[in-house]
Write a protein that binds this ligand. Sequence first.
Ligand code: PEP
Ligand code: MG
Length: 888
Amino acid sequence: MTKFVYDFAEGDRDQRDLLGGKGANLAEMTNLGLPVPPGFVITTDACRAYLAEGREPESMAAEVTEHLTALEKTMGKQLGQADDPLLVSVRSGAKFSMPGMMETVLNVGLNDESVRGLAAQAGDDRFAWDSYRRLVQMFGATVLGIDAEHFHDALEAAKTGKDTKNDLDLDAGDLSTLVETFKGIVSEHTGRDFPQDPREQLDLAVRAVFDSWNSPRANIYRRQERIPTDLGTAVSVCSMVFGNLGMDSGTGVAFTRDPASGARGVYGDYLQNAQGEDVVAGIRNTLPLADLEQIDKSSYDELMGIMTTLEQHYRDLCDIEFTIERGKLWMLQTRVGKRTAGAAFTIAAQLIDEGLIDDDEALRRVTGHQLAQLMFPRFDPDAEKELLTTGMNASPGAAGGKAVFDSETAIAWAKRGEKVILVRRETNPDDLGGMIAAEGVLTSRGGRTSHAAVVARGMGKTAVCGAEELEVDVRGKKFTTSSGREVVEGDVIAIDGTSGEVYLGEIPVSASPVVSYLETGEIDAGDELVVAVDRIMGHADSRRRMKVRANVDTGEDAGLARRFGAEGIGLCRTEHMFLGERRSLVEDLVLAESADDREKALAALLPLQIEDFTSLYRAMAGLPVTIRLLDPPLHEFLPDLTELSVEVAVARERGELTDKQEALLENVRRLHEQNPMLGLRGVRLGIQVPGLFAMQVRAITRAAASLAAEGISVLPEIMVPLVGTVQELQAVAAEIAVVVQEPESQVDGAPVPHQVGTMIELPRAALVAAQIAEVAQFFSFGTNDLTQTTWGFSRDDVESSFFSAYLEHGIFGVSPFESLDVEGVGELVEIASWRGREVRPDLKLGICGEHGGDPDSVHFFHRSGLDYVSCSPFRVPVARLEAGRAAV
Ligand code: PEP
Ligand code: MG
């Protein structure tokens, strides 16, 4: 029979699937002998069964009873016992941390009687009533679904009644009155009294945690973080310890290293006389953890010792929640901590130096996504800036935009293309949508461990938190600085998440030091981050099997890509060489009616193409350069039919219509396509327009031959796009074979070294790859078109059309144009690779669709045996890193 409940002592950290991250780590700490309050975990199996059936699995209640009885025995008191109650916390804990997304209920077991027992035991009436009011409040909001504002307003009213803003000024009498008010709110909104039976409280709280897995905010978070929707959450039930028993008690959060920079030291926040939620919610401003040394040296020393134990044990940065109850330290949670992109690199390199991990492990601990973040620009240090205030540097980066004061506005404005900064007093999980939509987040309260900070760091979003001098007026949609300056909704501000500074107006940004290192290879030995990136990139390069090339069309970009480490060009889209002024040359060619006109148009293009290719070759001297023959969707190179029709009509009206105009309209009408992406493109155009591909091949080989004469070795790879059958490729290959016999295309009496290959970007091509490989020396997967044609999704339209509905319905977690659809499109890639290599074992395989720079896709291409990925220049370092990670 499935076991649904585990004591902490029965689990370990490898059971995150079953016990959730929190439960598994509580188990691990228990078994390490650290001071964890006893408790048990209800498994994710139970949650999944509950979500599927709509009720708890049958044997669960009995198991809970059994573990609760054991816990009561250990603690020497019963749940909710009138004279000395055992109280428990009920917390969610999924496999992947989802900070603040799901529910927590503290102080379960308190009721009208046991509150007096607790008061007597603690010798503190105020504490007991404060704990009870927290229970009714949390239970009311999370378990019974009452709008939290009702409780909040009642609490504020109680404080106003005492003429104070501080919770601590409410005495036992005030709090017991408040409990009555809260209970009234519960009866009014649910039609029933607050449950007095402790076991009923526990069961309902567990169920609420299960239900919270499917809350809208949890769903949004999972989508954002690509967490599968079917994992479910575990529930940990833990005996309560109290940080709100007076000034010798408190609660805090600690990091074993700075999660923002990676620096070693004492990082965290501490709040005296408070319960855990107060710190995370950023409701009261906290003390720096280092102050604890003065407040309670012995707990501080013990905590420092535990932090060392945990780091050594987990071999990584840990974050910790702890509580001190009357001078006794308790560990409530630990996990391998979230960190900024920069800290990820810095810490990984530090841990190698400390002998805790090796280079392979360091490589596993960083991601291409993090590297990409480090390549973002920063505010130009020399720009003029008007500083408004300085807050906590909670999540690095530079962001600017219009100030908005609520999540809905952030989403609405971002949707219409505006950059916004979400400004809040503090954020809570309901602000998630706005945080995603905003360029950055600014809060006036809460520390580095507040909700805003934790979530922003996780998303790689710039955030400045706890800018206390700002008076944020959410209703009035404005904030005021200490000098009285007002910023209203729509005013542009800029925030620097690295320094914590907040500025008025727009500020120019400058390149990141990581980019300049990646480009030049120069290392400033004092810059720990750059040194770490260099070390880990070096290791990635030494481990990766796949090469990384770039998609570029100009010599300048090719040079940049090469400096970023590109090992050749994987795709030059020659149609990009004909945008702008040269567009009319292609138009002339396509519309030419006589062989003579066509020859003229081609002759005009040849020298331009020779020049284009020469500059690519020079930048990539010694490396392979894949040049794709022209592949325009035709509509991009012809006048717009509607506009032209209007022009012609107007000219006719005025009696100014020329024969040329009329012929042009006739031609454009003839060539107009309903579905240009499935129309006269790629190889089809090459076959339809005689001489076009021959001209391009002439330019490719002539440019190579003249550079060879200069002693510059060049390896052109001529690539034919949109092939669906080998006959198409044969036709083009025959044309190529003729051109390379021309003397200008030869070196020392032989054709200049070159290869002929094709893109695989149609499902049919993938399926008949064996035939195509008889002719092609290489395949390059065009996963953009292959995704388009496999799914039947128009790549230009769908992402702004129904994809958001698909994402919302969980039909896919991420757009298949962004991250390769491994099951479908990936299967075609593997079929084609396998069939092609059966025929031609040395067939070179690459990929040049956008997926070449997507971290997850790069891992798939590695597994599929591809020789290289090709991506845009800025993605080259990301692909190098991920190709290395895929190999360890
Ligand atoms: C592709 O289809 O994946 C590809 C690289 O070609 P393009 O994006 O130019 O169609
Ligand atoms: Mg394509």
